[in-house]
Design a protein around this ligand. Sequence first.
Ligand code: KG4
Ligand code: ZN
Length: 338
Amino acid sequence: MKHGKTVTLAIESSCDETAAAVVLDGREVLSNIISSQIEIHKLYGGVVPEIASRHHLDNVNTVVDQAFHEADITMDDVDMIGVTYGPGLVGALLIGLATAKAYALAAEKPLVGVHHIHGHICANYIEHKTLEPPFMALVISGGHTNIVEVNDYNDCRVLGGTRDDAAGEAYDKVARVLGLGYPGGPLIDKIAKEGNPHAVEFKRVFLEKGSLDFSFSGIKTGVLNYINSEKQAGCKIRVADVAASFQAAVLDVIVAKTVGAAVSMKKDKIVLAGGVAANSRLREMLREECKKKGLALYYPSPILCTDNAAMIGCAAYYKYIAGGRDDLGLDAVPSLKL
Ligand code: KG4
Ligand code: ZN
């Protein structure tokens, strides 16, 4: 394979997706294989860490083989190996990391550790070929809710984050309370379209003035209390209305803070990342607000929003060309800071 481009083999296993990808020069995806465990964890209503680790172990080599096969390359063609080393479930991270290290050692290739959130942001470079920093990013998933100032490819500064539940976690918990199933985000997204977002006025939690932090744990209790009091009063629960009202309360805060951060930090672009970035109402609200403020809005297609290894390959590439290398002592860091 002679093209002068940097070939990255990337591995991601931080939560419940075992993923491997081959990426050229960070932005050109030759393969992006994802083995999802959602069907297994559905039985338990959420990700069970021990089970996730076992499935990563069972699947990781197959997923890497498939990534090579689909990209039509071999290990000889690879220039470096990118891998997520945090944040995430420690047992899950360790499987991907140990695999990456084993390939790096056996094939004598450089190892580049990637921060999972940085990977989510980088999904946008794959989707939008001309996108460049600086911009304001909103990283919003089952594990994270962060507003991140991105000044350069390797220069990210977290301006705010959740103090308790992540936004995706709130979606998943409320969906469970409403009896919708798991994962709850896409189910609430769908049913909320048929509901009235003003049916129930759930509290919008903005925290202290100027804060870019979030708190979503209260809204789950708010929804539970509402359901209980309605039931006690003998009223029928309109699931679509509750879902739409919950979503409106969460998204009002997220959209206001993200747009506010972009304006105050003089960024003219907002970039969405993470599983919840697939939410149709979030995109719609941000589109409207960005239009009003003259900001450009970017988000990846759904397959690049949720966990995947192509985004890890992209992040690894930008670290690698800046001279970033990790040794085989690299450890999994479950609560890795950006
Ligand atoms: O990024 P991701 O695949 O995994 C983590 O790193 O957490 O995100 C998964 C999360 C889940 O909480 C899921 O419910 C949520 O993203 N999600 C959504 C939508 N699609 C996925 N939340 C709201 N609306 C959606 N359309
Ligand atoms: Zn993620």
